[in-house]
Design a protein around this ligand. Sequence first.
Ligand SMILES: *[C@@H]1O[C@H](CO)[C@@H](O)[C@H](O)[C@H]1NC(C)=O
Ligand SMILES: *[C@@H]1O[C@H](CO)[C@@H](O)[C@H](O)[C@H]1NC(C)=O
Ligand SMILES: *[C@@H]1O[C@H](CO)[C@@H](O)[C@H](O)[C@H]1NC(C)=O
Length: 339
Amino acid sequence: MVSLRCHRSKYIWATLGVLALLWLYIFPVYRIPSDKEMVEEVLRQGQTWSRNQTAVELYRKLLTDCCNPKRMFAVTKENSPLGKVLWYDGEFYHYHTVTNETYPIFVQDTPLQLPLKRCSVVGNGGVLKHSGCGNEIDRADFIMRCNLPPLSKDYTDDVGTKTHLVSANPSIIEKSFQNLLWSRKSFVESMKAYGSSYIYIPAFSMKPGTDPSLRAYHALADSSSNQTVLFANPDFLKNVGIFWKNHGVHGKRLSTGLFLVSLALGLCEEVTAYGFWPFSVGLDERPVSHHYYDNILPSSRFHAMPEEFLQLWHLHKSGTLRMRVGSCAKERMELKREK
Ligand SMILES: *[C@@H]1O[C@H](CO)[C@@H](O)[C@H](O)[C@H]1NC(C)=O
Ligand SMILES: *[C@@H]1O[C@H](CO)[C@@H](O)[C@H](O)[C@H]1NC(C)=O
Ligand SMILES: *[C@@H]1O[C@H](CO)[C@@H](O)[C@H](O)[C@H]1NC(C)=O
């Protein structure tokens, strides 16, 4: 009897131990550096940066092994034949079966000319304001942007004008274009800012996003637009999410920016990231707005932005990619300081 009780209490302790570990896995106790510490760290690192080809190749291999971006980043006729079940990566127990309505609108195979050489991935952070990075961004061979950002004249000095791939979240189609249930004209018009680029839509991440995404496809297909809609492959998004979870990013969902950086690391020879700075002060210790075009904060902690930034900063320091967080026009900055 005594020994039985003893065993039982051991069992209870073991269970509690496992639960505690599980808790720590889901809600880890770590400390994210403060805005000020991050500014100091970036200033300490300075502008010196050099590419580490070993690290670039290592990361490309890691991403190829987990997520196969070349073949899998978009839904294609090759990877998603008729009848294929696409599980939504942002929901439990919802799936889309590829039918003869959806299959014909998928591209045949990855349309990109691979490998891509120099890529700019442009986040929408307020740190881009007055950065003068536009020219440098536009000089890349392939330019990716997040969530249909504004590219009007006021911004081009800082963010550039060219786009080769732009992501379009269905929630933006809902908010800015009434889900395309009414007029499609303003949508098609506003898409002209992105030239003849790929529009990358996560149509199969959340169930309510599918119909607006398909309408966006048809709106562009029915116009004389040159743009090619690519639907983000939910298997790819899921695997990239797991990859970063294993690297210590614990948000509910990755930000679009980190998805695009992951894609770029898998597809491009050289990656430079702009506009990724989730802190509220800049390197000059002045306040930074949330986006370069507005200061509307996200409603919840849906994304773990500072954690994502730390990972990217890690990659910057190892020479895997280059992060641009200050001004690109360094000389201009110095002149201003002298005044
Ligand atoms: C380059 O990256 C590899 C792999 O991450 C690392 O082992 C090596 O120390 C790095 N070299 C330099 C000079 O940073
Ligand atoms: C789709 O498949 C169904 C059943 O197989 C068929 O009745 C229908 O005509 C098909 N539609 C088109 C557009 O091919
Ligand atoms: C489509 O692309 C071609 C060449 O890139 C360009 O000349 C033309 O103006 C574009 N048409 C539209 C409607 O954007």
